[in-house]
Design a protein around this ligand. Structure first.
Ligand code: ADP
Ligand code: MG
Length: 178
């Protein structure tokens, strides 16, 4: 079997509950209680559960945005809870979050092309190279280059999600535009 890219081993996350009485022992709530999973390279894993069952908390633990109270998170062979901040920053570059509501992550006052190329402002690429890469990223997610000049509200629902994916240099697979 290939080595998993992400391994979550018996992780727990406890959140403190408010005290009901002044001298009461601090109790906590187990938002995630001993979850283990492994994701192989190229594999897609969906997590389903009712609201409040701990899906977002598990995602934050997987991204090392939060530290588990027990268990371990291994990403690309590194224990995310034990690595140095420098190593963490390096691994972070390989992790991306695509939020559910793409409108909240696209600036309504900027063209979609601008938002897609924005992350490259931190790179050493010049304007022409940034534009080239922006167009390549858009096309990779099924958006033609001329759509780069549009604003988020000028798209239907699915396109902003695509743009958002392009912004993160994702490869979401088949074009699902209607
Ligand atoms: N930062 C936090 N502090 C306290 N309780 C939290 C915090 N984050 C989440 N919770 C609680 O943990 C539980 C799981 O939340 P969450 O992971 O957001 O669930 P889901 O994403 O499945 O809806 C909920 O009861 C929620 O109220
Ligand atoms: Mg959630």
């Amino acid at each position: 079997m290939t080595e998993p890219i992400l391994k979550i081993d018996k992780v727990e996350k406890h959140y403190p509950l408010p005290r009901r009485r002044l001298l009461e022992r601090r109790r906590s709530f187990k938002a995630v209680d001993g979850v283990s999973l492994a994701v192989a390279p190229g594999e897609v894993l969906g997590i389903v559960g009712e609201s409040g069952s701990g899906k977002s908390t598990l995602a934050r633990l997987a991204m090392a945005f939060e530290t588990p109270d027990a268990g371990a998170v291994t990403f690309m062979g590194e224990d995310m809870t034990r690595i140095s901040p420098d190593q963490n920053a390096l691994l972070r570059r390989k992790l991306q979050v695509v939020f559910q509501d793409p409108f909240s992550s696209l600036d309504p006052r900027r063209t979609v092309g601008w938002s897609v190329s924005e992350p490259l402002l931190a790179s050493s690429f010049g304007a022409a190279q940034r534009r080239e890469r922006m167009i390549a990223a858009m096309e990779r997610v099924g958006l033609s280059a001329d759509l780069a000049e549009r604003y988020p509200h000028q798209f239907g629902r699915p396109a902003p999600t695509h743009s958002h994916c392009a912004r993160h240099h994702h490869r979401p697979g088949p074009d699902r535009r209607r």
